[in-house]
Design a protein around this ligand. Sequence first.
Ligand code: GDP
Ligand code: IMO
Ligand code: MG
Length: 445
Amino acid sequence: MLSVSKFSEFNGVNREKNRMENNKVTVVLGAQWGDEGKGKVVDLLAVNSDIVCRCQGGNNAGHTVVVEGKEFDFHLLPSGIINQKCTSVIGNGVVIHLPGLFEELKKNEQKGMEGWQDRLILSDRAHLVFDIHQQADGLQEAEKGKNSLGTTKKGIGPTYSSKATRNGIRIGDLIGDFHIFEEKFRTLAANYKRMFPSLEVDIESELIRYKEYAQKIRPLVKDTVSYLHQEIRSGKRVLVEGANAAMLDIDFGTYPYVTSSNCSIGGVCTGLGIPPCLIGEVLGVVKAYTTRVGDGPFPTELNDETGKLLQERGHEVGVTTRRVRRCGWLDLVLLNYTALVNGYSSLCLTKLDILDNLKEIKVGVAYTLNGKRINYFPSSISELSNVQVEYVTVTGWECSTEAVRSVDKLPTQAQIYVKLIEDHLNVPVKYIGVGQGRESIISVD
Ligand code: GDP
Ligand code: IMO
Ligand code: MG
């Protein structure tokens, strides 16, 4: 039988557990194929956060924040880094290209970002992206020829492959015993040389370069798992910034036309060491239409004048690769699927203003395959390439929404458009983006 003292001890543990579970982490996730405007949403929410974390991906991401007309783009750094009151964490699930990270820091310093040294933390468990991974990414794409995936060539796939093959090298290895790092690096480089004989690597100069990086990053490195748990327990508000997006998720996306990490909700747990019970609000960022960079099926794609108009009005050019983004109508079948996987508690609908001058707007509401409606999201690329999309057509509002700051001031047709999305997905829209700037957002209460 449990003794009275043991029982009260146990109760004490439970009370602590409850207190801890009341402080939940907020998560921002891309709901489509990326570039939904996650950076802008994170910048908005960072004001009420103490810590902003990246949990997966690498510098394949490109997140834009526009403050007082000044444009910042973040690739590895959490978008909260410009907020002086926020600590930024790059979690264990992220793959870090150190030359890219320092270039990004320098570029942002030139734009006026200060004091990052005191607010940036890197996980000792995060894997390193080396230039050899980036070269291999390019060579793999070239080998695939017409079947290439259209990657960003940032070495993401090869680095996550090294991680899974278990010959990857982590931040902790770099700041530990350099002889062991050296040995691991030589093995990795030899391995890549065997796989790609044309790959060029000057091992000795890489080792010199990485010895310098080791000194530079040492003060920034922590066991981010215990750090985050301590901070959560002490009541700090943590915000997680998803990178890439659900349809690029290695498990749930349009495989193989995906990235190599879990960009859906699971990536928050595995990429930061945060258990599901500590996840609170999950905000899905949805662009008011759909875009995709790189190859792969895209059922609602518009290869016509309207697609061009969305591309031009939306300035749909990749932040990381400067490639033009493919554009199409909003796809509620796709969004329903990512809502299942991510469990959005609310949505942020961005770029509504880009639809301002359209006479009619279509929204994909169902897929049919061989004449029959399907009630699942196809896992097979050939099936997804062959679906027919059923659309509903909404009348456009044909006036500017850029200056609107409250939902009741939105044109009726725009309100109908928002309501259609909410009703179809059964998730409330909490924010609506009507312009690039920090101020161009409507909070729906
Ligand atoms: P992310 O990768 O999800 O952070 O998105 P990107 O930064 O790659 O792409 C989104 C683009 O749309 C950026 O240029 C943003 O500045 C811009 N943007 C975000 N929200 C809005 C909005 O509501 N309206 C307009 N016009 N632009 C927006
Ligand atoms: P953010 O965070 C849009 C796409 C690439 C390519 C595929 C695989 O800005 O939304 P990778 O280099 O990851 O191996 O490329 O994934 N991709 C993105 N597309 N936005 C992103 O990030 C992306 N990250 C990867 O274009 O098709
Ligand atoms: Mg982007």
